[in-house]
Design a protein around this ligand. Structure first.
Ligand code: SAM
Length: 274
């Protein structure tokens, strides 16, 4: 017998509530067809044909399927050097100021890194800006809630189209061209991978790292969250940054009215205040 795939209004609300409590992701009433499509796909992955059966599965094994559900419902759109002015600011302003203060250590965090392009773009920027000088200790942490994205980011293998806009010399310096079964793909070079640590992390839960970070990228992640969650997370970022440390958010996001611990430099770049 064919199962029922269509969510009832109550089931839609149950799923919205669950993902909000677990990941802070707010899904509007108007997203019913998006949720329906993603749940149907998730059920197929699991070989479940009836939505009632899928919800029973979530209820009986929430600690397992919450992650699957989160992965199904999140949007992972990203790109290398997305919002290029953020990377240019690092190169032209921030790195020279660190150097000017005689520092030789830099730590960056890509929070909500998706498939890793943002973290590797940061790593390339830091290596190009500092890596030729002796003695720099460079580290990039990349975290995301979505385990599928964590796997992708750890592998660091991308279809050629995703790196198509990089200047050829940058592509050659930081990526290896795949051959055979990897034809049409590139792999991040080991010397870049070595400085990027990828780990799963739900921003709503405990953060095992104690920082400090000099730079935090949390771009196009806040769009999902409500005001309280955003304010709480921004406050936790402030705890991990020194005075003068930078927080980068997405071009359609703002910290306006959420915090008085940061000042806006411009271009959605914020600096931690005294
Ligand atoms: C649109 S992508 C942004 C990727 C990258 N930061 C960029 O701007 O290109 C948003 C990412 O945030 C992640 N995300 C959503 N809620 C999260 C949470 N509570 N904790 C950690 N990551 C989360 C999603 O899994 C997704 O990969």
């Amino acid at each position: 017998m064919a199962g029922r795939e269509t969510l009832t209004p109550a089931e839609f609300d149950f799923i919205r509530g669950l993902i909000r409590d677990y990941a802070g992701i707010v899904i509007g009433e108007n997203k019913r067809s998006m949720v329906q499509g993603r749940i149907t796909r998730r059920m197929r992955e699991l070989g479940i044909r009836d939505v009632g059966e899928y919800l029973d599965y979530i209820r009986t094994a929430p600690e397992i399927e919450r992650d699957g559900l989160a992965s199904a419902l999140t949007t992972n759109v990203t790109a290398f050097f997305r919002e290029i002015h953020h990377f240019e600011y690092l190169t032209t302003q921030f790195l020279p100021s660190l150097r000017g203060r005689g520092l030789r250590r830099i730590r960056a965090w890509s929070a909500g890194c998706s498939s890793g392009e943002e973290a590797y773009s940061i790593a390339i920027t830091l290596m190009e800006g500092l890596g030729d000088e002796k003695g720099w200790d460079i580290g990039v942490l990349a975290t995301d809630l979505d385990f599928n994205m964590i796997r992708f980011a750890r592998e660091g293998v991308y279809p050629l189209e995703r790196v198509g806009r990089l200047p050829p010399e940058q592509l050659k310096r930081w990526f290896l061209r795949g051959g055979g079964s990897q034809d049409g793909r590139v792999m991040v070079r080991p010397e870049l991978k070595r400085i990027v640590r990828v780990m799963p992390l739900n921003l709503l839960e405990e953060w095992p790292m104690s920082g400090p970070f000099d730079v935090i990228f949390c771009r196009n992640v806040f769009i999902y969250f409500d005001r309280d969650v955003k304010a709480r997370i921004v406050d936790r970022y402030a705890e991990l940054l020194p005075v003068g440390g930078l927080l980068f958010i997405g071009h359609s996001e703002s910290l306006h009215g959420l915090t008085d611990r940061f000042e806006l430099i411009g271009g959605t770049i914020y600096r931690k205040k005294q």
